[in-house]
Ligand binder design. Structure first.
Ligand code: ZN
Length: 261
């Protein structure tokens, strides 16, 4: 079964910064999608902030098994209605891969529920990415560590919830460390945060990074049918209880009524 993947990018610095345009002439989303499509089991398309509804309509999300998200300068321009739509899709079972500065995207903040803050430095320093969970599918085929010669530094503490698993930890030339590969589950959706990918460096052209992205898409895809209503909170009548019971005491709700939200 082909994993239907959508690579979303804000596509801002590719059009406004000469160095980013040189590295990613078709946009970062195009480079990432091409890397994913090297896996015959993945069919990756793209969408950007500038598309109608940011390219993230209900129909597009319903036909997406895994959404890859890259954003940085324009988090605030993503419409709140689209954010809620994406969050519901994740709760329903769509996978999400949040890349680099997507730690401050509205979608990631909403799903984590924490500030997702970190320290940073833009100095083109070496990043050594250590595999801390060699058994994990996202680390399949990787060496014990790999290096990116030029990257932005992200430093701990990273203000995210404790993850299910920490797949990567990065060391930077300046001395800081950072949890670079983290897995979560929110509702029925698998989420992977992957740190590398500052837009002024050629990170998404790196063969090992591309392997991580393909592994992550395969891991995040949930083959189960999407939940129709991930926010359902049914009022179960007395007669439908698994064991026979009688109603006792006072009740705020008439039979069959919806609960408070
Ligand atoms: Zn960055």
């Amino acid at each position: 079964m082909t994993i239907r993947t959508l690579v979303w990018s804000e596509n801002v610095h590719e059009r406004t910064n000469a160095e980013v345009a040189r590295l990613y002439p078709q946009g970062m989303h195009a480079t990432i999608a091409a890397a994913l499509n090297a896996d015959p089991g993945i069919a990756a398309g793209t969408a950007t902030l500038q598309d109608p509804e940011h390219g993230l309509t209900e129909a597009r999300l319903a036909a997406t098994d895994v959404l890859v998200w890259w954003g940085h300068a324009a988090h605030g321009e993503v419409a709140d209605a689209v954010v809620e739509r994406v969050v519901r899709a994740v709760w329903s079972g769509m996978g999400l891969i949040a890349l680099h500065s997507a730690h401050f995207s509205k979608v990631f903040l909403r799903l984590m529920g924490t500030p997702c803050n970190l320290s940073w430095r833009e100095a083109g320093e070496r990043e050594r990415v250590w595999v801390t969970a060699p058994h994990h599918p996202i680390a399949a085929g990787l060496p014990a560590f790999f290096e990116l010669e030029h990257e932005e530094m992200y430093g701990e503490p990273f203000g995210v919830p404790e993850p299910l698993e920490t797949v990567f930890v990065s060391w930077f030339q300046g001395g800081e460390v950072f949890r670079s590969g983290l897995t979560y589950r929110r509702g029925a959706g698998n989420i992977f945060y992957f740190r590398p990918g500052h837009e002024t460096y050629p990170t998404y052209h790196d063969a090992t990074v591309q392997q991580v992205l393909r592994n992550a898409v395969r891991w995040a895809a949930n083959p189960a049918p999407r939940l129709a209503d991930p926010q359902a909170a049914p009022n179960v009548p007395v007669e439908a209880a698994p064991e026979r019971i009688e109603a006792r005491g006072a009740s705020l709700h008439a039979p069959g009524r919806e609960g408070f939200r």
